[in-house]
Structures are given as C-alpha cells and as structure tokens.
Design a binder for this molecule. Structure first.
Ligand SMILES: *Cc1c(COP(=O)(O)O)cnc(C)c1O
Length: 418
C-alpha cells in the first residue's frame, strides 16, 4: 500500500468504510443476483451455443450470433424487438437514430427531463453550431420541460402540454449527464408513464438508459416505456465490448430504427459483427456483477469524500439508479489532484499526467482521467470535469471493486498530500 502512495489517513478511513458499507453492499449483491438470473434465463431459453460466438464478414447475412444477441436483449428488457449493433458508433448515434427514424416533418419531440445530454445538442439542432442535418432543420419541432424541485417530473406541466398539443415522442434521460441533479429511478419513470397514459395513449415514450442498466431490478420497458437506448461501452457491455449501442422496444419502432441505421429494405438483415459476438455475449453475462462492483466503488468514493467534508451526489447511502458519482471539490487544486490520482492508478497510461485542456466544443477547460482498455469506455473507471466553479468531478465505472477501490484510495491520498 505504501508503494502505491496510499496515506495512513486514507487507510484508516477505508477500514471505517468497509465496516459501515456492509449492508449497502449486501443489497447490491441481491440486485446483481436478480439481474444475473434474468441474463442466465435469457441465455438458456435462447439456447446460446458455441456457434453464436462466431461471426460473419462482408454483408453479414445470416449472422447467427447477431440474431441470438438481439433475441437475448429483447428477453432481458422484456421488449418486442432489439437492435444491438457495432455499427452504432456511440450512444449519441443510437439515440439520434431513434429520433430520426421515428419523427417526420411537423412531428414534435419533448424532453421532460430538461435539456438533453450535451452531445445530442447539435443533432437535435439546439447546439451553438447550426447543422443542416439536425432534427429541427428537418422540420421536427422540439421542446423541453424542466424538472422541478431538483429531480421531480413537472407532472402538471407535462400532462397539460400533452392535452393541448399533439406530441409524437416524449424523451426521458434517466442519468444526470453533466447536471448536478439526482437520477430518475425506475419508480419515477413508472409514475410519470402512468400520468402520461391518462392523457395520451399514443405518444411514444423513449428512455435514454445510458448508465442505468442493471442498477435496479427492472428496466424501463417493464414500466410501460416504448423504446429504450444505451451504449455498449457502458454498463451492459460489461467492460468487454469494443464498440456499439443497443435499442430495444416496440417492434415497429425498432424496425424503423434498423431501416434508418442501414436502409429501407435492408433493416436488420445486414451488418457484420467482426468478431464482437463473443465480447457482446460474455460482456452481457458478467455485466450485472460489473455494475455491482462499479456501484460499490462509487459508494466507497462518496463515503470517503463525504467524511472529508466534500458534498457528493448521490450521497453514499442514497438509492441509486445510475453508476455516476459526482463529488463537489469546491476548489481547483483538490479537483485536479484527485483526477490526476485516478489517472495514475489506471491500468493503461498510468505514467501520463492528466492536465486541463481546451477540448473542442466545451466552454471551459476540461480535465479527464481515462486510462482504459477501450477508448472512452466509461464502465471502466474514468473521471472528468470542466474547470469551473463549483469544481465538480464526474466519476463512473470500475470493472472490479478492488482495482477501482485502490484507484480511489490513491486519488484521495494524492489530493491530501501536503
Ligand atoms: C453516455 C451518455 C450518452 C451517449 O454518449 P456517447 O458518448 O455518445 O455514448 C447519452 N446520454 C447520457 C445520459 C449518457 O450518459
């Protein structure tokens, strides 16, 4: 421990944490068991076999692995259909795909969790740089309804809006993104879906499920959502997927998405898998446990940070619905030292020092720790932060609890130095 520059103070706090967090960790074991059961059942019922670990090249016709993966995803999410593809370059691509595939000129999209995740702005047409291909440029109307009291749906405003306007799609972002707010839980989503259905039976309800998979026992489709989307280099890829994203939901919606990803007439029939079927299946198989280890790591970090007087969201003992941990450092020096500490404890590029830099597209300088096996994979321990008040670090991931715990111990020690 000394050779890894972990201070006595942090070792002491770790002993307290290990004792205090036992019950919380135990609850997580139960959720992981339930979700593992869900996954195992889907593997058994679909008779996943050795041949499904193989792959096609070229057009990717009759890719048995790809087809079985989409069946397994449908079962796990209780959805009619699924599109799980390496041809999605990231989560933003898959979310945009749902919009472009299902919204036409004159249709309206309303985000009821306030402003969407930053990377979607240009695609929707609300970014600083106008883009002639955006949703709005294509004649789709867009609106947002903000959350109230920090993280509650504005039920009255939403239902009144639906009574007075013909809305085609409602979007809900489950995770907080770069906002300092709570995450929408499955229960929150369930309640708002019921309210929406009282006034509008037709509107398509979409959930951006990024960072949410396997954190709770249920997923959004089970509480009445029509379509749900996420990235394979986050939770559900289990740290083994090299790229890709998924869309699960109603058959017609998923079909539209497939014809937008490829083209009309091709849909789901093409799309090579380039030796990723095994990673997708094995990653999915271990994902409930990986998510559990990540949650333990985030809870550990918030316990230690709170004990040192830093405000955390969520707090260590709050109910969670995503894997993101925010820690408010309140000063630039501590923030930078913490992020540099995380980088120094990464498996890849531990010798590289992270510094704030002017990243294209961001207003403030950003500092990032991402010493990962898969570029940008945030199911691996990663932390980043815009250099601006109140100096908040956004941290997530940690495929194994021991390695992520060590990294957090090292990062805190680095921060407390001198
Ligand atoms: C990660 C994420 C996305 C998609 O981001 P990509 O980097 O494009 O995969 C969208 N919404 C939320 C809330 C996210 O966390």
């Amino acid at each position: 421990m000394k050779s890894l520059k972990i201070s006595d103070k942090v070792l002491g706090l770790t002993t307290v944490a290990d004792e205090k967090l036992k019950d919380i960790y135990n609850d997580l074991e139960n959720i992981a068991l339930m979700n593992s059961a869900k996954v195992l059942k889907a593997f058994k019922e679909n008779k996943v076999s050795t041949m499904h670990l193989g792959y096609t090249t070229g057009y990717g016709y009759d890719d048995a692995g790809r087809d079985i993966i989409e069946k397994v995803y449908s079962d796990i999410f209780k959805a009619e259909d699924a599109l799980v593809r390496i041809q999605f370059v990231n989560g933003t691509h898959a979310i945009s795909n749902v919009f472009f595939a299902n919204l036409r000129q004159g249709d309206e999209l309303v985000y009821i969790t306030g402003t969407p995740y930053d990377t979607l702005h240009t695609s929707i047409g609300i970014g600083k740089t106008l883009n002639s291909q955006s949703l709005i440029a294509n004649g789709v109307k867009f609106n947002t309804i903000d959350l109230i009291n920090e993280n509650e749906f504005d039920v009255d405003k939403i239902t009144n809006y639906l009574k007075n306007n013909k809305v085609k799609m409602i979007a809900i972002q489950r995770s907080k993104g770069y906002a300092f707010r709570k995450t929408m839980s499955i229960e929150d989503i369930s309640n708002i879906v019921k309210e929406i259905r009282k006034v509008d039976k037709e509107v398509i309800i979409m959930v951006d499920n990024c960072y949410g998979e396997f954190v709770e026992e249920k997923e959004p489709i089970e509480v009445g959502v029509n379509v749900c989307v996420g990235s394979l280099i986050k939770n559900i890829g289990g740290g083994l997927c090299n790229t890709g994203a998924y869309i699960v939901g109603d058959k017609e919606i998923v079909t539209n998405c497939s014809e937008r990803l490829t083209c009309p007439g091709i849909g789901k029939e093409c799309g090579t898998t380039l030796d990723q079927n095994k990673n997708m299946l094995q990653g999915l198989f271990i994902a409930p446990n990986v998510v559990k280890d990540t949650l333990k790591s985030m809870i550990f970090s918030s316990f230690i940070a709170e004990n040192l007087g830093f405000e955390c969201m969520p707090k260590y003992n709050d109910k969670r619905s995503d894997i993101v941990q925010t820690i408010k450092f309140g000063n630039k020096e501590d923030l930078i030292k913490f992020i540099q500490g995380i980088q120094s404890a990464s498996p890849i590029d531990s010798h590289v020092t992270a510094f704030p830099w002017a990243m294209p597209g961001y207003e403030d300088e950003v500092i990032m720790a991402a010493g990962n096996f898969v570029q940008g994979a945030s199911i691996e321990l990663s932390a980043d932060s815009p250099i601006r008040e109140p100096y908040v670090a956004y941290m997530q991931g940690g495929i194994t609890y021991p390695t992520a715990k060590l990294a957090i111990m090292i990062a805190i020690s680095n921060m407390l130095e001198d």
